[in-house]
Each structure stands twice: as C-alpha cells, then as structure tokens.
Design a protein around this ligand. Structure first.
Ligand code: ACO
Length: 324
C-alpha cells in the first residue's frame, strides 16, 4: 500500500557524567548491591549535575541524533519531548530545545505519559508526519528523575536514573510494504491505576514539585500482562511475530519485567536489548538510549525489524513496530 511512512533517519543519546553505584546508595539507605541486582538487574545509574536540566540532556541527544541522520537543525519542523521532569511547568522543554537548536519554524511541544512517553511521542510524531503537515521530526525522551526521588525511600530511589535519547524521523513517500519506517503503534491508558505510581505534588494541587511514590508490587503485577497485550496487537496488525522481529527494545524498568515479557511472548533472549543494568530506569529516555547503544555497537542494522514497548504511570502502555 502506498502512502507516507515515518522513517528513522538517526538516533542519539546522552548520559550525565556522574555515575551512582549501588554500593554508594547502600551508604545512604538500608539496601545492598545484592538486593538491587537480584530484584531489578540495576547496577548503576547516571545522575544529572547541579545546574544540568532535562533540556540540556535532551539537547545533546538531539544534536547527536541530527549528526547521525546527517541533517541540519533547520531541517526539523516538529519537536516532541516526552518528559515527566520538565525544566519548568511551562514553557515546554521542547520549546527550550527548539530555541537552543536555532529552529524558528514548525511546532515544538512536550508530551507526558511517564515511562511510556517515548512510545507515545513516537506514535504522535508518526501520526503528524503521515498527514503531510510536517516533514521531519525530532522525538526526544529526556528525564531528570533524580530531582523527584525521595532519597530516603529505598523502595524507589534505587530504581531510577537520568538521561536522554532522541530519534530523527522523516516523512517518506513509499509504495513498498517491505520499506523502512514505523509500521504500527498501539497506545493504551487506564487511569484507574493512577494511585499506584504517581508524584505527590504538582502546580495545581500542592504548588510543589513533589516526590515519586510507587506500589512496586502492584506495578509489577500489571506490567507483564499489559506489555504482552499491546505487543500481541502489534503482531496482529502487521503479521509479524516473535520469530520475525530482529530486536526487542523494551522500556528499561526492571530486568525481571523485561525477561518475563520476552519469555511470555516467545522472544529469544539474544534479541532483547538490555541497558537497565547500566542506566537504571530513565523513564521516557530509556528506549532511545537502548536503541542508540544497539545502533552504535553494531547490533542494530538497517532493514531490521525492531519492536518497542513501554509501560508506566497512569497506567499508560504502548508498543511500536518499525523497520529500521
Ligand atoms: N533494599 C532492600 N530492601 C528493600 C528495598 C531496597 N532497595 N526496597 C524494598 N525493600 C524491602 C521492602 O521493604 C520489603 O521488606 P519487608 O518484607 O520487610 O516489608 C521487601 O524488600 C520486599 O518488598 P517488595 O516491594 O515486595 O519487593 P519486590 O520483590 O516487589 O521488589 C521492586 C520491589 C523491585 C520495586 C519491584 O516491586 C518492582 O520492580 N516493581 C516494578 C516497579 C517498577 O519497575 N517501577 C518502575 C516504574 S513503572 C515502569 O517503568 C514499568
């Protein structure tokens, strides 16, 4: 079927310099490297420096994605930043990144779907590109979750880290079912679960930023089922399968959730890209960060089938299938 397809042209990422190890965390709260590794697979995470904001992380990732694509900033006419930790309540972090890139045309806005943010932003950019309204998009996931953690709550502070990843998408006219691009996206939300993973502050309620709160066991209980549901939808929509995909690049929340999801879907362990050990959970940034790792180390090749999925606060969850 001919039409417009959104093709990934480049990917880039950035991690703050400072690495926080499990051993260091064990000096702050009652925990241990052994407990964290066994329950989550996380060994370390990166933490933004004082004065280093979400827009700074996102801007570096965006510049690296543009360089990878061989595009100039002026080629971009749509910027979507997925974040739950914006620099300010408003303007959008996307507007700040747009200005820093020197772009004065098109549109830039933030999108908030917590850990599912990158999949939601990718689906949104894809929909806009396919209308013909925009030509080239920067889809960025950027977070500084270290700023909303309660560093005395061992149940949450060990899980998250800071970072950013970005993807350049271009609208391409195609008449080839086997061509590159985003093939399908599936987004879901169920706000009845909103109290299981939330931040206890906000501009309209408390006038404060607040701290992340989570019923970890409840999140865990729902995660695998929700993830496998939207992936089953993606396979049904495209005729692809666990066998035909080349890479599974899930949101990096927890090694056990990733392994259980892959196993339930019948995805071979060697097809799973995992970075949670080194990055922790970077929320909306985790998928483009993991994609960039696989791209730069040569695992990910042009023409390959890539499956993305995420699940997070709301609850929100979603999948995307693309040919790289
Ligand atoms: N170190 C040591 N002990 C801890 C720690 C810690 N960091 N955190 C909790 N514990 C203790 C608890 O206090 C509890 O002790 P108790 O039995 O004396 O009360 C015990 O460990 C077990 O606690 P649980 O919360 O039941 O532990 P669980 O095995 O469920 O693991 C975890 C907790 C890792 C948070 C798990 O529930 C999980 O991964 N949930 C998913 C959460 C997640 O990934 N959220 C990310 C955001 S959503 C998303 O991105 C999908």
């Amino acid at each position: 079927m001919s039409g417009i397809r959104s093709v990934a042209r480049g990917i880039g990422s950035y991690l703050p310099e400072r690495v926080l190890t499990n051993a260091e965390l064990a000096q702050r709260v009652e925990t241990s490297d052994e407990w964290i590794v066994q329950r989550t697979g996380i060994r370390q995470r990166h933490i933004a420096a004082e004065g280093e904001f979400t827009s700074h992380l996102g801007l570096i990732a965006a510049r690296r994605a543009l360089a990878d694509a061989g595009f100039a900033a002026a080629d971009i006419d749509l910027i979507i930043v997925a974040t739950s930790t914006p620099d300010q309540t408003f303007p959008a972090t996307a507007a700040t990144i747009q200005a820093e890139l020197g772009i004065t045309r098109g549109a830039a806005f933030d999108l908030q779907a917590v850990c599912s943010g990158f999949v939601f932003a990718l689906a949104t950019a894809d929909a806009h590109l396919r209308t013909g309204a925009f030509e080239r998009a920067l889809v960025i996931g950027a977070e500084t979750f270290s700023r909303i953690l309660d560093w005395e709550d061992r149940g949450t502070c060990v899980l998250f880290g800071d970072g950013a990843g970005a993807m350049v998408l271009e609208a391409v006219q195609h008449d080839d079912a086997k061509g590159a691009g985003v093939l399908t996206t599936h987004l879901r939300s169920d706000g009845r679960h909103r109290a299981k993973l939330y931040v206890d502050g906000g501009p309209s309620s408390t006038g404060t930023v607040g701290h992340l709160r989570m019923e970890g066991r409840e999140v865990f209980k729902h995660a695998v089922g929700m993830i496998t549901d939207v992936i089953t939808d993606a396979f049904a929509a495209t005729g692809e399968s666990a066998e035909s995909i080349d890479w599974f690049v899930p949101h990096q929340a927890n090694r056990r959730i990733i392994d259980a999801s892959a196993q339930k879907l019948g995805i071979a362990p060697e097809k799973v890209v995992t970075t949670v050990d080194l990055h922790g959970n970077t929320s909306a940034a985790s998928i483009p960060l993991a994609l960039d790792v696989a791209w730069r180390d040569g695992r990910l090749q042009r023409g390959q089938m890539v499956l993305l999925e995420a699940m997070g606060g709301g609850f929100t969850w979603g999948s995307a299938l693309l040919r790289w």
